[in-house]
Design a protein around this ligand. Structure first.
Ligand code: HEC
Length: 133
């Protein structure tokens, strides 16, 4: 595990200087755990740690996962042929992307690929926690 993060509660007051990007990420996932927020753990494939630090280029296979500890929602970013592929699963490894519109791969892609200055090669660095220090 390399870093910990949070899904803040829905009523979290986002500091005004928080980037639009983080505000959007908070809003999009505020439904998790009924708006109460949940701890989010990010784990990076040990074989890809060096690649993660430099945002790629990534080799094929799973790259990083983010786990919402309360509801057991697992976000997965994999790479194939250098392109990021997104998915969401529960702890049993079942695909849950149809559970909620924000879990659809297209939705992940929209956010992860729109903000090119923050998300590079499909992984995002701006640590959510920094906004809440
Ligand atoms: C509204 C914006 C947004 C959407 C939509 C989104 N993400 Fe993310 N994602 C982020 C942000 C911001 C981070 C960085 C969080 C941090 O570092 O605390 C992140 C981090 C991650 C990470 C951890 C590795 C890394 O640093 O990139 C994975 C894995 C991930 N997202 C997968 C997904 C998947 C799969 C989906 C769709 C089911 C998804 N994301 C949808 C914004 C988004």
């Amino acid at each position: 595990m390399v870093k910990e993060s949070v899904n803040p509660p829905a009523d979290t007051v986002v500091p005004p200087d928080t980037s639009l990007f983080i505000q959007e990420a908070v809003k999009a996932y505020s439904w998790i755990n009924n708006g109460e927020g949940s701890p989010l753990t990010i784990r990076v494939n040990p074989k890809k740690l060096e690649q993660y630090k430099t945002h790629g280029p990534y080799t094929d296979g799973p790259t990083a996962i983010a786990v919402s500890e309360v509801q057991g929602i697992i976000w997965v970013t994999e790479h194939f042929g250098g392109l990021p592929i997104y998915g969401s699963y529960n702890r049993k490894g079942q695909d849950i992307s149809s559970m909620h519109p924000t879990l659809e791969p297209e939705f992940c892609q929209r956010c992860h690929e729109t903000y090119k200055d923050i998300c590079i090669n499909g992984t995002c660095t701006e640590p959510l926690l920094d906004a809440y220090k």
